[in-house]
Design a protein around this ligand. Structure first.
Ligand code: FNR
Length: 179
């Protein structure tokens, strides 16, 4: 299954990026994942009819995917601006996330592991402009992420890994029922 993974953090050493890479590698027999970093110009209605080339490419990749994984931290209890900006671009013109199956993973260094931002993310993805289909339930919340990598920088949290195994299978089953 062809999937794009949108990472909500732009920083090079992002834990969410590392987890996206972990997912890409661990489930490579089931999912072919291309990782996208949404480092896009700020959405502006004045330029939406003639969007920057990065936006066109980003939307095209989502359009061609069979599903989308979002792996994102929480910023100030909500969606990081870069990710929200990318979603705003996707809500206008060609609405590439409409009816697109999406599943969400989030890691933060706090105790609730992006729970608050994931609620906001689900609200935004359910808005009429986006109208994405988000895998119900299956909340993958990864708290205290800075403690979950070993000295080789490998993600080693067995509890989350076991749960991810289940969620990925749930996503694939649910996705198959749609087509
Ligand atoms: C944070 N962080 C954070 N953590 C959290 O659990 N809840 C929050 O609301 C916030 N808010 C927040 C705002 C901003 C602007 C930054 C930069 C950070 C901390 C965050 O969880 C931590 O920096 C993660 O490591 C960010 O994810 P990446 O970049 O490692 O993927």
């Amino acid at each position: 299954m062809e999937i794009v993974a949108i990472v909500g953090s732009l920083r090079k050493e992002s834990y969410n990026l590392k987890i996206a890479k972990f997912i890409k590698d661990r489930y490579k027999d089931k999912l072919n994942i291309e990782i996208l970093i949404p480092d896009l110009p700020i959405f502006n209605e004045d330029i939406e009819k003639d969007p920057p080339v990065e936006v066109i490419d980003f939307k095209e990749k989502i359009k061609n995917a069979e599903g989308v994984l979002i792996v994102s931290p929480e910023y100030n209890h909500s969606i990081p601006g870069g990710l929200k900006n990318a979603l705003d671009w996707c809500s206008r013109g060609d609405r590439v996330l409409a009816k697109k199956p999406v599943f969400i993973v989030g890691a933060s260094n706090g105790n609730v592991g992006t729970a608050r931002s994931q609620m906001d993310l689900r609200t935004v993805l359910n808005s009429p402009g986006l109208n994405a289909f988000v895998l119900p339930s299956n909340l993958v919340l990864i708290p205290n992420v800075q403690t979950l990598f070993n000295e080789k920088d490998e993600f080693v949290d067995e509890r989350t890994i076991k749960y991810l195994d289940k969620v990925v299978d749930n996503f694939i089953d649910w996705r198959m029922k749609m087509s």
